[in-house]
Write a protein of this length. Structure first.
Length: 55
């Protein structure tokens, strides 16, 4: 599995009881959690041993 970032769009639409919809961009990190210790220093985003923004 290759590490990376998945980029996409979230969409929702409904017609009942009132027509409504939205669309917005999003992204997700993609990496093998079993190999997180091998990744370059990515703190403060992710950490196994201390506080991080992803908690």
């Amino acid at each position: 599995m290759k590490d990376g970032i998945c980029i996409g769009t979230v969409r929702h639409q409904r017609a009942i009881p009132k027509k409504h919809g939205f669309s917005y961009p999003m992204f997700m990190w993609l990496f093998n959690l079993d190999r997180i210790a091998e990744l370059p220093d990515i703190r403060p985003w992710f950490s196994k041993t201390s506080w991080s923004l992803s908690q």
